[in-house]
Design a protein around this ligand. Structure first.
Ligand code: ASP
Length: 342
């Protein structure tokens, strides 16, 4: 049997960083040096090719142009490789991996994002386990087909659906959570896949890579005391096409007339406004409280149990592929890559 072929893509992040002696700050460094630090890779039963950003980045500098670069690397190499492991910084990994999940239509191979909280050269690094297990997951096959056929995020012994994740901890190795969808796999003595939870690509259609993403969106997090001036000035940004509105609890917002009127006016003028909860877990239930009845009436999109990261990515994607206004709400509220519950 031929060995699975994995493409390891390095974009930057702590996993490959070293200390800059002048500033004492961590900065991205050379990918070859990173590989030298993990001699264990040759013991894996697969062949690994690598691709690195010319200038690796801290993921705080991630943007939609880099999303396209990552998606294009996968596109160009899709037929040659059995799976893809993408190394990025953890800070924006949930945003990036969510976006890539929408960009890759008809994906039938594993795309696993991972990184680490400590650089690979650090004695207590979490990088080795994250990387080695991600590669194993990307290699996994059952009856000749890849076990994973979607975009995932692996960190600290758990594999998650990428577009369900949020970075919840800046310090602990368990940096990510997926509170609205259980882990797809857990790594202990054995690698255990929760097969019933996995997406399967039934259509057998060719991969389509959607590269047109809209940047004309904003996230507005509500807080008690938010002023009319602030909301008004955000909604009057000329180029703005979409807004992710982070509301309280199950989708609740102030009932002040100025607030509702501003949103209603914006929606009438073509703005797509998505209601997501500020809570890390749970779902929007529009109309459950009096404080969300008006949002429902004026046509705010029900983000259900989607994460903010995924809502941002889905807005960028749907605005980029130019969905007609009349269909936008319904399509947003429909799961496209397992990112929300129906
Ligand atoms: N600042 C780093 C980054 O996101 C943190 C990490 O890699 O975990 O690039």
């Amino acid at each position: 049997m031929t060995k699975p072929k994995i493409l390891l893509v390095y974009t930057g992040g702590t996993i490959g960083m070293i200390k800059d002696y002048e500033t004492d700050a961590l900065k991205a460094f050379n990918f070859e040096k990173l590989l030298d630090r993990i001699p264990e890779l040759v013991q894996l039963n697969c062949s690994i090719d690598t691709y690195s950003f010319d200038e690796p980045i801290d993921s705080s500098n991630m943007n939609t142009a880099y999303y396209v670069t990552i998606a294009e690397v996968i596109e160009k190499n899709y037929n040659t490789f059995d799976g893809f492991v993408i190394l990025t910084g953890s800070d924006t990994m949930s945003y990036t991996s969510s976006a890539v999940s929408f960009m890759l239509e008809n994906l039938a191979k594993p795309v696993i994002f991972t990184g680490s909280q400590l650089p690979i050269g650090h004695l207590r690094t979490d990088a080795k386990e994250n990387l080695i297990t991600s590669i194993e997951i990307a290699c996994a096959k059952k009856e000749g087909l890849p076990v994973i056929q979607e975009v995932c995020l692996y960190f600290e012994y758990k594999l998650y659906r990428a577009n369900r994740t949020t970075k919840i901890n800046a310090e602990q190795f368990e940096a990510f959570a997926s509170l609205n969808y259980p882990p797809l796999a857990e790594s202990g003595v054995h690698l255990h896949f929760n097969n019933d939870l996995l997406l399967k690509q039934e259509s057998k259609q060719d991969l389509i890579v959607r590269k047109s993403l809209s940047n004309n969106i904003v996230v507005l997090k509500l807080f008690p005391g938010i002023t009319e001036e602030v909301v008004k000035s955000i909604l009057s940004i000329n180029s703005l096409k979409g807004l992710v509105l982070e509301t309280y609890g199950s989708g609740n917002a102030p009932t002040y007339p100025w607030f509702i009127n501003l949103l209603e006016e914006a929606i009438k003028n073509g703005m797509q406004i998505v209601n997501v909860t500020q809570c890390v877990g749970g779902s929007i239930i529009l109309g459950h409280y009096e404080t969300s009845v008006d949002l429902k009436r004026i046509g705010v999109i029900d983000g259900k149990d989607i994460t903010t990261e995924s809502a941002v990515a889905k807005l960028m994607y749907l605005l980029g592929i130019k969905i007609p206004d009349k269909d936008f709400k319904e399509i947003f509220e429909t799961p496209l890559r397992g990112e929300l519950d129906f």
